[in-house]
Design a protein around this ligand. Structure first.
Ligand code: ADP
Ligand code: MG
Length: 701
């Protein structure tokens, strides 16, 4: 076997594992190879030298290690509460150990009057200390004189514990593994100059010391090194992709800004662009004229006016004889874009069409024909546009609105429609903190509209308990009497959840009782309606024929009705911050003072309270995104969980931001200076990346 490949040996072949345990390790912990075991890190280390006496235990004790003799066993309780309780005694007192699972096996394994080393988390049951499911081992001389004073404790499962693969015992396997490894087998992958600049220990040492450190300092050095490696490799990948695209990916050239753009700008534009909009249009213009393919993320808070920027870009494409496509995540939104853009283009010769799942067969056929014959300039639609039959004669620009609603694969299908690739603009209103955006979408170029059109009023946001519903309804009445429209949004946790729909229907009936026809008219939109129903209801609201829109979160993205001034969010505690912010963005689009009312039950979690507090204290989407990040961690910012881009094993992009910035800088330099990794210093890095395979590379769009 070649030297470096030993890490990819099946775990079964490690001494002490064998077929049965190997199967368990695979199933329970996903450990298939030596390398997986190497990367299964301990969650803490216990100081072997710190064996406490039971009398030292107090209410502040967290994890506790002691040595003692088992003096009794008994099984008590029934069914779920059935448990094995052992009393362990040392010179200073006794402590209870409790097991809820694997009782028979544990009873068989443990011996009365034998000495044990016990470790675990202390909990108090009726102010009585106990350790539930402890790590327990016969106290041998060998055990106490082990070389490493910090003993690793690994994540494990109850099932594995019952097969002698507890949190401690996995360490024995890791020890076994290290007997087979050395500096060559765990070879260095970070260029030496970076290691010395940042004072990082070698890769081999880092792995050794994250498992078996001699002291805390060593452990921390190991963690730092491995965190940096994770961040650096991820940043390097995106930077290399970006540099490859900049250097090699040919794009169509939009050489000029022509009559369509200019006459639209002069005669049709109903307002003055904000400075931020102007800046972004300029960025797009420059980017599409270079001859390399544009791949750009456009971020802008709800209502910041991304649509008009998209339209201007499509006009530049048209000026150069190219077709564009704007893809939106929902039928409602696609229709709305079509409606607005058609209106804006009125009187101009820019043929435009809409294609969605509900487009009739005949119309669809015409559209497909007209795309091929270059009759159509602009196609707007839902994911229906990515179907194979939909082909463009001269595809120049693909725009994806609210990109986080689409999967990576879906998006990619859109731009694979032509060769050379069209320019790509993905737009999102989910504000991602800037640094995070650069990390998650580092291979994309980045534009931001960080300014709202003038004259927008701040939306007044309040948190109200459900018990105050009548007051809220009276307020709604007074707004409607002023000629305004209102949204009432219900949570729909699962698209198919019966309970949620019942809830919605009950809410609808309730609202109808407050707002009876014919004085009031209500639209309702939800995911289980047919597209045509949705559309009709939506249209009536847009035209002002209904004053109230009751809906689920299908209304969340992009819907624009400037006359709507109140957004009521039912069971607001069930929504995350960014979703609440998105919903709130449906109002405050006209010149009238707008309101967002967050209705919740009386008993909500501390987290939910915190969310309500943040929402009522700021309108700033980027600030909210930062808070969201603090509260939830980077888990699912802008749908990144799905792609796993921001989920590192050790590093946390919030806490380790300084390290992330360093990683980014070094990665950037390498991608600039040696994009093919051919210098001597980068050879090992190249080798390592190739080994890791293409699977992870392709995660990023
Ligand atoms: P989003 O960025 O959320 O997609 P939209 O493009 O839907 O925002 O724009 C929100 C509203 O603001 C629309 O009614 C649009 O016509 C209007 N708008 C956009 N830009 C400007 C501007 N520069 N001045 C005034 N109103 C604008
Ligand atoms: Mg929008």
């Amino acid at each position: 076997m070649p030297v470096a490949d030993i890490l990819f040996s099946p775990i079964e072949y490690l001494k002490g594992v064998g077929p049965q345990r190997s199967e368990m390790l695979q199933k329970e912990l996903g450990i298939f190879t030596f390398n997986d075991l190497l990367n299964h890190f301990p969650f803490r280390h216990i100081d072997r030298t710190k064996v406490n006496s039971i009398s030292q235990l107090n209410f502040d004790t967290d994890y506790f290690q002691f040595a003692g003799t088992i003096i009794s066993f008994k099984i008590i309780g029934e069914k779920k509460a059935k448990r094995l309780v052992a009393q362990v005694k040392d010179k200073t007192g006794t402590l209870e150990l409790v097991w809820f699972q694997g009782l028979t096996w544990i009873q068989k394994m443990l011996q009365l009057n034998e000495n044990y080393l016990v470790y675990g988390k202390v909990s108090f049951f009726q102010s009585h200390p106990q350790i539930v499911h402890p790590e327990i081992e016969v106290l041998t001389k060998e055990l106490m004189e082990g070389k490493n004073f910090l003993e690793p404790i690994y994540p494990t499962t109850e099932k594995l514990k019952s097969r002698a693969l507890g949190g401690r015992q996995i360490g024995k396997l890791t020890q076994q593994l290290f007997k087979l490894l050395d500096e060559k087998k765990i070879f260095e992958n970070i260029p030496v100059s970076i290691l010395s600049d940042l004072n990082l220990i070698s890769r081999y040492n880092a792995f050794l010391q994250i498992h078996f450190p001699e002291n805390k300092v060593q452990y921390e050095a190991a963690v730092k090194r491995l965190k940096f490696e994770e961040l650096f490799l991820s940043q390097l990948r995106v930077q290399l992709l970006k540099s490859e695209r900049h250097h090699f990916s040919k794009g169509v050239v939009f050489a000029k800004v022509g009559d369509l753009f200019n006459s639209f700008y002069k005669n049709q534009l109903p307002f003055t662009l904000t400075d931020a909009q102007k800046r972004v249009v300029k960025e797009l213009r420059l980017d599409t004229a270079t001859g390399t393919q544009m791949n750009r993320l456009l971020q802008g808070d709800v209502g910041s006016g991304k649509t008009i920027v998209a339209l201007l870009a499509m006009l530049i494409a048209a000026d150069n004889g190219y077709q564009s496509c704007l893809m939106a995540p929902t039928e409602v939104l696609a229709q709305q874009h079509f409606h607005n853009i058609s209106k804006l283009l009125k009187g101009m010769n820019v043929p435009i069409a809409i294609l969605t799942g509900s487009t009739k067969t005949a119309a669809r056929k015409t559209i497909i024909e007209e795309l091929k014959n270059r009759v159509l300039n602009i196609l707007i639609g839902t994911h229906a546009v990515i179907e194979k039959e939909v082909q463009f004669a001269k595809f120049g620009l693909a725009i994806v609105d609210e990109q986080h609603k689409f999967g990576v694969a879906q998006r990619a299908k859109l731009w694979e429609k032509s060769n050379p690739l069209p320019h790509v603009l993905v737009m999102t209103a989910t504000p991602i903190p800037r640094t995070l955006a650069m990390t998650a979408y580092g291979e994309l170029d980045y534009s931001v509209i960080d300014e709202l059109p003038p004259g927008r009023q701040l939306i007044t946001t309040v948190h109200r308990l459900e018990t105050l519903r009548p007051k809220v309804m009276h307020f709604l009445k007074s707004e409607i009497e002023k000629g305004r429209q209102v949204y009432i949004v219900f949570p729909l946790i699962e698209e198919s959840s019966k309970l949620d729909y019942e809830n919605l229907m009950r809410g609808f009936e309730n609202i109808k009782a407050w707002f009876p026809e014919p004085n009031y008219w209500i639209s309702m939109v939800h995911g289980q309606q047919k597209p045509i129903q949705k559309q009709t209801n939506m249209d009536r609201f847009i035209k002002g024929e209904t004053q109230i829109m009751v809906s689920t979160t299908v209304i969340e993205v992009g819907v624009d009705v400037p006359n709507a001034s109140v957004m009521i969010i039912e069971s607001a505690e069930k929504f995350g911050l960014s979703q609440l912010h998105q919903l709130r963005g449906r109002v405050g689009r006209g010149s009238e003072q707008s309101y967002c009312i967050l209705l919740t039950g009386t008993q909500i979690s501390t987290d939910a309270k915190e969310r309500m507090k943040i929402m009522t204290s700021t309108n700033d989407g980027f600030l909210i995104a930062e808070k969201d990040l603090e509260i939830r961690g980077p888990g699912d910012i802008g749908g990144t969980r799905q792609s796993g881009i921001l989920n590192f094993k050790l590093a946390n992009i919030v806490e380790d931001k300084a390290l992330l910035d360093l990683a980014k800088d070094f990665a950037f330099k390498i991608a600039e200076n040696d994009p093919e990794l051919i210098t001597e210093e980068n050879l090992l890095l190249k080798q390592f990346l190739q080994k890791q395979g293409k699977t992870e590379w392709s995660k990023i769009s």
